[in-house]
Design a protein around this ligand. Sequence first.
Ligand SMILES: [Zn+2]
Ligand SMILES: [Zn+2]
Length: 443
Amino acid sequence: MTRYPLLLIALAAATMAETPTSKEVEAVYPDAQAFYLDLHTHPELSGHETQTATKLAERLRNAGYEVTEKVGGTGVVGVLKNGVGPTIMLRTELDALPVEEKTGLSYASKVQAKDDAGHDVPVMHACGHDLHMASLLGTAEIMARTKNTWHGTLILVGQPAEETITGAKKMVADGFLTRFPKADVGVALHVANDLPAGKIGIAPGTYDANADSLRITIYGKGGHGSAPHTAIDPIVIAARTILALQTIPSREVKPGEMAVVTVGYIRAGNKNNIIPDEAELGLTVRTYKADVRKQVLAAIARITKAEATAGGALREPTIEHYESTDSVYNNPALAERLKGTLESALGKDNVEIQPPHTASEDYSVFVEQGIPSLYFSLGGADPQKFAEAKAAGTTLPSNHSSLFAPDVDPALHTGIKAEVAVLRDLLNSSSDDLHKLTATRQP
Ligand SMILES: [Zn+2]
Ligand SMILES: [Zn+2]
């Protein structure tokens, strides 16, 4: 009989430990907010996040973490050991994008930098990775101050070059999984404007899409613009190819399956009266399922070659598959458990189940290396503007837009609270329990 009250007390203590209080969040918020504003004003391009990495490393060190820099380029790994228990990883990206900020915010970026091709480009945190870093910092500080609420090892990861889907691979190649304790479970979040700030979105199973980047070069035969009969026009072949590629999602892929084929750029020629020798197309291809991905890539090759043949090209086009990443898979059992945790911390109405996103992420590299994970969405939209846009049937500027401007205060508060809640839950389990929980199907 006496056991039950003890059990209840133990359960209550565990639950309380998991749910971060507003007081805990407010105590670190000024620091996290200042970090956000600094990062937002000083964005850096993928693979060049040197100042960003230094700042993050310094702050984690100050918070008590053992920090290693330059992991896979500019990657940062902070480790906090706190007795026997599981190893849990929380990851943020470090990089910004070549976008000119047009938000008009007082802290808008005015940064210009050279890209890898040597071009001067504007730089903006248009994907919100600055918010992820600020949230991770606030979370890091709370976890370090409240070591009595958890046990185990916490690993914080600042990953470079997410936007070029190369950073995670480089960190793994640089020994991320062997130089540091291997995580039993991983967690990451991404801010987005398809949810109002204050809310969290969870997509159990497939979180986002497979992404494949292709560079197609079509070879024609240059000549005078007035004498097309003496030339083979690669622009006309390219134009037909672009239209024919659109029949892949609409005519070849089974209705209901997700497939996107976007030609994001076409480059050919530089004067109106010259037929150029070549035309280059840049494509991004997005799919959810492995078999659909295979089908779409094969169809692109078939159509591109056939259109070149139809246009009388003298050489077969080249198709370079220069970047790719697999979709991020959210372990369903883990998603179900952490949904409950997030509901306790944020309120039931603030946690939504979402369908998969068409965007892509190289966080999948960590999942494929055997770290079952939950990658969830953090609402970023000003709730009032979100409601107005919804009523008007429009959408707010999305990630990568020059106008992307998350509602920082509620989003950052929610990000910190959500991360602490999830980490405390996981860091009150045992490795064995987490292995049992996540022993469901992996992609
Ligand atoms: Zn992005
Ligand atoms: Zn992003």
